[in-house]
Write a protein that binds this ligand. Structure first.
Ligand code: CP
Length: 326
């Protein structure tokens, strides 16, 4: 895969070699992310960080990653604060904002919107989540985290058993992560969700076509020898009404007692976050916060490394960063 000057819109663009290259560059970012080293490699460069849907982690970590490489960030948040609310097209918005930026990151509530925007952009565009479709940078940071966590336990991604739990229909992170896992060998998927929120058939076909196996369950029962338990939130913003979303919120809770009952003592717990802390929903209980296998905040830290790597690669500076150390 050619990174320099390319948009990053979908995990479908990646093969195993390109993923390993991203992870190799991400590893090199650690001293900069910890502020043990500083670089000005992107001095004078501007990131246009456009978030037309709520975000905490993705928006701030994109900005942080760009700042850590020495660049500056211009942001717009919320549809109502942008000329999109006056009927401007994504194409025109892209033509304009790509004149103000060296690279653009974007989240939008509609599937396919970031790709549509990219058609009008004169600079690389990175998808920060488009509706229920994809969240490629989250999938890359999830996979990076999985690799690091498994290496800690002496394993690797080939042969992985992952349990995905919750809203597998609207959760774009599980769609993108599943597609990336299809690039590896002998992955087992256990997919646990209400049948109305099941993994889409297209993703199941991808899993089958890649020669992997999956089992589907509507309940969290029995013992899972899963290496990774990937919990998700009910994506209530994608339902027709709050009442409909309420039918599923709180259905698949994970707390220390349930974890001990159903999972191995070394099963790594992941969640893309945010987790819903409201008591009626709460799919990942605070009583897991001291569990050493809870990797959710290692995921968020890894997000900065992976996003730094993607900026460096798409702007073609990955091999000269240390020349700009100060
Ligand atoms: N995981 C994730 O996309 O979080 P935000 O919605 O806070 O960006």
């Amino acid at each position: 895969m050619k990174f320099e000057g390319s948009h990053i819109l979908s995990v479908n663009q990646f093969d195993r070699d390109s993923i390993e290259h991203v992870f190799h560059v991400a590893n090199q970012m650690a001293p900069y992310a910890k502020r043990q080293k500083r670089t000005t490699v992107l001095d004078g460069a501007i990131l246009g960080n456009l978030f037309f849907e709520p975000s905490t982690r993705t928006r701030v970590s994109f900005g942080t990653a760009f700042n850590l490489l020495g660049g500056e960030v211009r942001e717009t948040t919320g549809m109502s604060n942008s000329a999109l609310a006056k009927g401007e097209s994504l194409y025109d918005t892209a033509r304009v904002l790509s004149g103000y930026s060296d690279i653009i990151t974007m989240r939008h509530p509609d599937s396919g919107s970031v790709a549509e925007f990219a058609l009008g952009s004169r600079v690389p565009v990175i998808n920060g989540g488009d509706g229920a479709n994809e969240h490629p940078t989250q999938a890359l940071l999830d996979l990076y985290t999985i690799q690091k966590e498994l290496q800690y336990h002496g394993g690797n991604i080939d042969g992985l058993h992952i349990a995905m739990i919750g809203d597998l229909k609207y959760g774009r992170t599980v769609h993108s992560l599943s597609k990336l896992l299809c690039l590896f060998k002998n992955v087992r998927f256990t997919l646990i969700s209400p049948k109305e929120l099941a993994m889409p058939d297209a993703i199941l076909s991808s899993i089958e076509n890649a020669g992997h196996s999956y089992t589907i369950s509507e309940t969290l029962e029995g013992n899972f020898d899963a290496d990774i338990c990937y919990q998700t939130r009910v994506q209530e913003e994608r339902f027709g009404s709050q009442e409909e979303a309420n039918l599923y919120r709180g259905k698949f809770r994970l707390n220390q007692q349930i974890y001990t009952k159903h999972f191995q003592s070394k099963t790594v717990i992941m969640h893309p976050l945010p987790r819903d802390s409201r008591v009626e929903a709460n799919e990942l209980d605070n009583d897991l916060n001291m569990n050493p296998n809870l990797a959710i905040f290692r995921q968020t830290d890894n997000g900065v490394l992976v996003r730094m790597a993607l900026f460096a690669l798409t702007l073609g500076v990955e091999s000269i960063i240390s020349k700009f150390d100060k």
